[in-house]
Ligand binder design. Structure first.
Ligand code: SAM
Length: 245
């Protein structure tokens, strides 16, 4: 089965929908990404939203059916906002015993990751288009994820937009509830005040423990947005929180 690219609807904020943590953006796709969407989507992709792209495989209880999705039962890493997918592809290639689910609202990023999966022959990555928080609320059962990665989320620098930030108490409580005990929530940003917010929010969650800011762990490659931040002279901060109960 192949899908026409116009089957991919733009995920935008509408007045009746919850506040989104991403910027609605129009998508332009090049030839390789068009091709990847048309040919690789049925194998590697699904839509978070109820549209013609097809929902994820789910069990009788409505939970994401990871065995159907990956063809095996392995620890699952969720990445929220995978951007163009280079980091996801590199981390998944170096970590073949875990499965990776990259969720991205911006279609060119979804398509680019499909190109990388094909190029690198990766079998432990699946890609979802849409709002990761919607997917987590609806289809990721409590106590299941091995790790959640939130790398360089949109900073929403204006104070009146801070309510759109991904790392805030309600979202962190949701994500923590989906981690297994011992699982980790790894966040990174190059925005100083967002880094402080991340540390405050993760530290305040009674079921999470952090070591404060830590140097970039060796297993996390420098991301595309991080490179941009470094170029601007921004300091990068990582926080890794572990669920302890
Ligand atoms: C600043 S970019 C960083 C991308 C990548 N992690 C990197 O470091 O290069 C943030 C990305 O997160 C995506 N995003 C934000 N909120 C999201 C959500 N709730 N669900 C899925 N994607 C989201 C945006 O579309 C955007 O591509």
């Amino acid at each position: 089965m192949s899908l026409p690219s116009d089957a991919f609807r733009h995920v935008a904020s509408r007045p009746h929908e919850p506040l989104r943590t991403f910027h609605p953006r129009r998508a332009t796709l090049g030839r390789d990404r068009e091709h990847a969407l048309a040919h690789l989507w049925p194998r590697f992709g699904f839509s978070v939203h109820d549209d013609e792209l097809g929902p994820p495989p789910v069990t009788a209880t409505g939970a994401l059916d990871t065995v159907a999705l990956y063809g095996r039962d392995a620890p699952l890493v969720l990445e929220i906002g995978s951007g163009m997918g280079e980091t996801t592809a590199a981390m998944a290639a170096a970590d073949p015993d875990r499965d990776y689910l990259a969720v991205e609202a911006h279609l060119p990023g979804v398509a680019n990751l499909l190109v990388l999966l094909d190029r690198d022959g990766l079998t432990n990555v699946r890609v979802a288009h849409g709002d990761a928080l919607d997917l987590v609320r609806r289809a990721v059962p409590p106590d299941t994820l091995d790790a959640v990665h939130v790398f360089f989320p949109d900073p929403w620098p204006k104070a009146r937009h801070h309510k759109r930030r991904l790392v805030q108490p309600a979202h962190v409580a949701l994500l923590r509830s989906r981690l297994r005990v011992g699982g980790t929530l790894h966040c990174a940003t190059d925005w100083a005040d967002y880094a402080e917010q991340m540390l405050d929010v993760l530290t305040a969650d009674p079921a999470l423990v952090t070591d404060g800011f830590v140097p970039r762990p060796a297993h996390r490659p420098v991301t595309k947005f991080e490179q941009r931040g470094l170029h601007l002279g921004h300091e990068v901060r990582d926080v890794v929180a572990r669920r302890v109960r």
